[in-house]
Design a protein around this ligand. Structure first.
Ligand code: NOJ
Ligand code: MG
Length: 535
């Protein structure tokens, strides 16, 4: 198999730390230091010891900049400062220092596609048709008979075009009208945004997650998007057209290449793009220089061993020897894994995520098995919930405060939490699971430790093993070690017969079988996953 020959385990341009586990933090929901009910940067600093203990390599922070917070900070009003609700630039510098002291890296969420409508650039742009910043955003005349210039309609089931009565033109927004899209055909825009990257790189960040990367460039001819034959092609509500001219379209890779080049000048940094695309379309992003184009194949996964095996095999098959994969199960835009799969399957899924070849991205709270939380409509803050009420599309449910302990407000805040806490926080919390050797937290910690100590799991090649409709079985093959991973997707006890006939269990999702030997057949309990050392 291709990856068994002499290709390097970790391509040279991938910073070794970035092959580890990246932990996604929703800053307002992680830890509140000042009692205002919203998490902040000093709160994150106070939890760095925990993250070091857990064993992650780096953290990705949700947007930290000044913002009206209409879309949880994905509406930036100033790219070069810190939202006062979260702290100051000095707090940020301290976070970088304290994280690096613990060998933890820090990624910021870079939101290049759009600004807030309160950003001074947009205020200037909309002040007159002749303003120097007019062309920094995408302005168009009405269609000949009146109305929006074309049919573009995306996430919010409204036209992507918003009329501006004062200057008598439409501006384009891929998300809400309060998030106008920047115009990447304009050279000044690109330079200004690359300067934003340099500003934070010079301050010591280790890279960025790049929001909405596939949206950055639109068809310069503004052609209508074609209708979708199957309107379920995307998980967003009522997507009724293929985004052929608004996403992942011609001209985009040129922008991505420039962005990557800026970051490449700073050795050891990484870019995690938000590229929710079919696997075969990620190749272009790798070729443009992205170290980690985010691979959405496991989001909202179906619990089917053969399907998952096919997904992973296909994905691995698309990569060249120079490409390093990455995987994630959940984000702030998806249901909690324990809600989607149930508690037992969530353990097997965690083992899969953390033993597949590639960077693993873990959403905060998954390590204690947090669930979606019902947020009543009058407490909803998410813009999706407020714009499309009654549709169950709100994302507050997976963004609720981290559950640290059983004290008031789960140790998250001394004030009134900005989003409701899970009703079960007294049972499901870090403190309680820390000392329980069988808890989800113990499982995550053991898996992270295994990754750190076992070369095969950390960087070994991926080899699918026996085909079995009940279990996903694969091998990781390093220079100094080999490991077998066998994941039982059924509720029943089964036996599998891996190609390696003997081995020693290193870890079970039930945390109780270490050092057990197997010979010929490997026995798995219902919904159990096992990692074993093999000769
Ligand atoms: C993707 C982010 O993950 C999502 O939360 C946000 O609403 C949109 N981009 C707009 O920035
Ligand atoms: Mg606070």
């Amino acid at each position: 198999m291709r990856r068994l020959d002499d290709s390097p385990l970790l391509p040279n341009h991938i910073p070794p730390w970035s092959a580890g586990v990246i932990y996604q933090i929703i800053v307002p929901s992680y830890c509140d230091s000042d009692g205002d009910g919203m998490g902040d940067l000093p709160g994150v600093v106070s939890r760095l010891d925990y993250l070091q203990w857990l064993g992650v390599s780096g953290i990705w922070l949700s947007p930290i900049h000044p913002s009206p917070m209409l879309d949880m900070g994905y509406d930036v009003a100033d790219y070069r400062d810190v939202n006062p609700r979260f702290g100051t630039l000095a707090d940020f510098d301290r976070l970088i220092r304290e994280a690096h002291r613990r060998d933890l890296r820090v990624l910021l969420d870079f939101v290049p596609n759009h600004t807030s409508d309160e950003h001074p650039w947009f205020q200037q742009s909309k002040s007159s048709r002749t303003n120097a910043k007019r062309d920094w955003y995408i302005w168009r005349d009405a269609a000949p008979g009146g109305g929006p210039p074309n049919n573009w309609t995306q996430q919010y089931e409204i036209s992507d075009w918003q009329w501006d009565a004062r200057t008598q033109q439409y501006y384009m927004h891929s998300f809400t009208p309060e998030q106008p899209d920047l115009n990447y055909q304009n050279r000044e825009v690109r330079e200004a945004m690359w300067d934003v990257l340099r500003f934070w790189l010079d301050r010591g960040v280790d890279g960025f997650r790049v929001d909405a990367m596939v949206h950055l460039f639109k068809d310069p001819l503004f052609r209508d998007n074609p209708p979708a034959e199957d309107s379920s092609v995307d998980r967003w509500p009522a997507w009724n057209m293929l985004p052929a001219f608004t996403q992942d379209c011609g001209g985009l890779q040129d922008v991505i290449r420039e962005m990557c080049e800026v970051v490449r000048q700073y050795p050891g940094r990484m870019l995690l793009g938000e590229n929710h695309l079919p696997a075969e379309r990620l190749n272009a992003y790798y070729r443009s220089g992205m170290t980690h184009p985010a691979n959405a194949q496991l989001l909202d996964l179906q619990w089917d061993a053969l399907k998952l095996r096919r997904t992973v095999d296909r994905f691995e098959g698309f990569l060249t020897d120079q490409d390093w994969p990455n995987w994630y199960l959940g984000t702030h835009d998806n249901d909690r894994v324990a809600t989607h799969l149930g508690a037992e399957r969530a353990r097997v899924a965690a083992m899969m995520l953390l033993t597949l070849r590639g960077t693993a991205i873990v959403y905060y709270g998954e390590e204690i098995g947090m669930h979606n939380v019902d947020v009543p409509p009058d407490k909803a803050v998410d813009v999706l919930a407020r714009r499309l009420p009654g549709r169950g599309v709100g994302r507050d449910k997976q963004r609720t405060p981290m559950q640290w302990n059983a004290t008031a407000n789960a140790g998250f805040t001394t004030g009134e939490p900005w989003l409701p806490l899970a009703p079960d926080f007294a049972e499901t919390n870090v403190d309680r699971q820390r000392d329980d050797p069988h808890s989800m937290l113990s499982l995550y910690r053991r898996l992270l430790k295994l990754r750190a100590e076992n070369e095969a799991i950390r960087v070994g090649r991926y080899l699918p093993d026996v085909i079995d409709s009940r279990a996903f079985v694969f091998v990781r093959h390093g220079e100094s070690a080999k490991a077998l991973v066998a994941l039982n997707f059924t509720d029943r006890a089964i036996t599998v017969e891996p190609k390696a006939t003997t081995g020693t269990v290193l870890l079970s999702t039930q945390l109780d079988r270490e050092n057990e030997r197997f010979d010929g057949v490997l026995r798995l309990r219902g919904q159990e996953g096992v990692v074993a050392a093999i000769p």
